[in-house]
Ligand binder design. Structure first.
Ligand SMILES: [Zn+2]
Length: 467
């Protein structure tokens, strides 16, 4: 059999790895979209590097768009096989893929308006909401921790990866010439002390390991009590300075982490009586999906559920759905907390909230996640004194804060923990994927010292696997 890497190869997005068996069957691991790669992005997303019609099975590790985002395009170009994933992943895909299609349709409409004026040929969106609905029909859900036979030659086991709701590591047993080859694909690996999710599970011994490496060269900042740290920012901004606390946060995962912390504060009678706006169209649906999948919750949260049936809800919480309601927040003259997407403040409603509040020293903009240095959140974190938002030059007078320790990706120690039960002498090759190349080379060096045979595949690299 052969494996080839068509995305998340020496970069962090576009996850796509194809296993081709001698009998002609093809199994794709993830079908992710490339994101944030500048001008290259569209071109990278335009070609798969294989024929969608030839793919028999797609095994999806989790719902993040950089792992699932091109499934509707795969469908549009002829894929009619089965998509295997956990039920949490399917539910989140419904929310995320529809949102992705809507963004693309809106973007294309905007670009086409300009192209029409110039007499240029019009663009088509990569896929439509119709393609999303159709591809979701191909999804078949598989429980965690149960081997299932996809066909006579292929067995599949999902183990919890602790990264987001529904996230799984993919363990395969592939039979060829009466020999079995065991391949494990980590997907994205979570953390061993997440506030909401279970820790990543052990995977069975593999012959080939495909391991993510996003933070393979660093350790996350340790935060003893994030809820208390969060409370500190609320007290300082809203009670002492009487200002607004604005938090750019991704609607799935990060927003619910923040809501859970606020709920914890309420349970301890420490939550200040304020209005807490959650202003992102997807957040309410995402929270509902998360609440519906307690199989991913860690024991502490399951314990909380015994006496608090809604750990993401508290007094003062207000979800904002429409654009009009969002605009109304500008006229809300009391101290408040606004959690809004996107996480890097590059787009979305949070960009408007930042624009409207950044010139007032009473307010705080609090960063709770990784931001690329070119994004608005990244620039603010790096201490710029002036920013251009929607064509307006604004002086940064609001306080810029940072709350660490909230990453959904494991760090170097977590990744080592994740593979700690694997016998390196039985692993024929460890492929590092889903990481920037300089991070990967540093991580590879450490893994080689531990005795692993490591390879960092480049884009479209293919290799024959022995058994
Ligand atoms: Zn992910």
């Amino acid at each position: 059999m052969q494996i080839s890497f068509h995305g998340a190869a020496r970069t962090v997005t576009g996850s796509k790895h194809l296993i081709s068996l001698k009998n002609g069957k093809k199994l794709l691991l993830d079908c992710g979209m490339f994101q944030g790669m500048g001008r290259q992005t569209d071109e990278l997303n335009s070609q798969f590097g294989f024929h969608p019609t030839e793919v028999n099975y797609l095994v999806l590790s989790h719902a993040h768009i950089d792992h699932s985002g091109l499934i509707p395009k795969l469908y549009k170009e002829g894929f009619r096989g089965t998509v295997f994933c956990t039920s949490g992943t399917k539910d989140l895909c419904k929310v995320l893929l529809i949102d992705s299609a809507e963004i693309q349709q809106a973007d294309t409409k905007y670009i086409n308006r300009k192209r029409l004026k110039k007499g240029l040929p019009l663009f088509e969106p990569m896929f439509s909401t119709e393609d999303v609905k159709n591809c979701l029909e191909l999804f078949s859900t598989v429980e965690y921790d149960k081997w299932v036979s996809i066909d006579d030659e292929i067995k599949l086991l999902f183990t919890d990866a602790g990264h987001i709701i529904g996230s799984a590591a993919v363990n395969l047993q592939l039979v060829e010439d009466e020999n079995t080859t065991r391949i494990t694909f980590s997907g994205d690996v979570g953390r061993y002390a997440d506030a909401i999710l279970k820790s990543p599970e052990e995977c069975p011994q593999a012959d080939y390991l495909i391991l993510e490496s996003t933070y393979g060269n660093r350790l996350h900042e340790e935060v003893k009590d994030s809820a208390e740290a969060f409370l500190g920012w609320i007290i300082k901004t809203c009670l002492e300075k009487k200002g607004k606390l604005i938090i750019p946060a991704f609607s799935v995962g990060r927003t619910q982490q923040l809501l859970y912390m606020l709920n914890q504060l309420e349970n301890k009678n420490k939550l200040p009586a304020l209005t807490y706006f959650v202003d992102s169209p997807m957040s309410l649906e995402a929270t509902e999906v998360i609440e519906n999948h307690p199989e991913n919750f860690n024991p502490v949260l399951l314990d909380v559920l015994l006496h608090d049936n809604d750990p993401f809800k508290f007094k003062g919480l207000k979800y904002i759905k429409t654009v009009d309601e969002s605009k109304q927040i500008n006229f809300f003259n009391e101290p408040c907390v606004i959690i809004s997407s996107s996480g890097m403040a590059e787009a979305g409603r949070v960009k408007h909230h930042i624009k409207n509040n950044i010139e007032d020293p009473k307010n705080t903009i609090l960063m709770v996640g990784h931001a690329s240095p070119f994004s608005l959140a990244g620039k603010l974190m790096n201490g710029v004194k002036q920013v251009d938002i929607y064509g307006r030059d604004l002086i940064v007078k609001a306080e810029i804060g940072k709350m660490g320790g909230m990453s959904a990706h494991g760090d170097y120690n977590d990744l080592c923990h994740f593979i700690s039960n694997q016998d390196q002498n039985k692993i024929k090759k460890l492929f590092l994927v889903h990481g920037e190349y300089d991070v990967q080379t540093q991580f590879a060096e450490k893994l080689m010292q531990k005795g692993f045979d490591v390879e960092i595949p480049g884009m479209n690299y293919a290799l024959t696997l022995g058994n």
